[in-house]
Write a protein that binds this ligand. Sequence first.
Ligand code: S3P
Length: 261
Amino acid sequence: MNDLELYREQLALCDDKIIDALMERYAIVEQIMAYKEEYGMAILQPAQEAKQERRWKERMNSHRHQDEIYNVFQRIVRNSKRIQARKLFSYNIVLIGFMGSGKTTISDYLSTTLAMNIVEMDQVIAEREEMSIPDIFSTYGEDYFRDKETKLLMELQKSRDTIISCGGGVVLREENVQEMKKNGRVVLLTASPQTVYDRVKDNNDRPILAQNKNVEFIADLMEKRREKYEAAADVVVQTDGKSVLEICEELIKKLLEMDES
Ligand code: S3P
């Protein structure tokens, strides 16, 4: 056997070790999941992730391939999260709620920490139309925009492992709610009119609030839509005064409780 053949043989043995280690690692991930579920522990633990990262770096000790190895570890952890998310949720998570209730922030955080896909409906519609939401409203009117929302929701029936962040008015059409529920659980995020006002006051992307940025208008519209939001929701998470992590933990807990019952 020449040297090249020998190296290739060594490489193949190395790959075997990696495969065995990964199979062992992902089995442990499943055990951790089961443990957290059994003892009702928090699923998301960012502090633990940071600790893990520090440990890898120490272990690699500035090795010349540190960056390459680090890159692989990031993929390994992302896949662990996917395994976790698929085990937890066999459906899409659909976030609804009034403007400024936190849908975008929460869906971003959840999709990162659970390695799930994300669809921000307003963003997709604006990209497709090559226009901002306020421009769509002023050029074609609200009904046109609402039709785009319905069409997109229907298309999303095909998606899996996805967090869908809806525009605040999606629940206005009953058919939209039916679409959401076909393969998703609907989570309603709520916030007080004052909190909504504080979150949206410096933003000009919402045509409905353009001339109406005040707490009274927000409270009034929220009240008008309240019944529809509540009727659509499988679970409700109130967001005032809570951190993003707290909101996400509560959301996950409530979905899991719902699945159990
Ligand atoms: C709307 C909410 C907006 C956007 C559009 C209309 C509404 O989404 O879809 O401006 O009718 O409540 P956000 O709730 O994400 O701001």
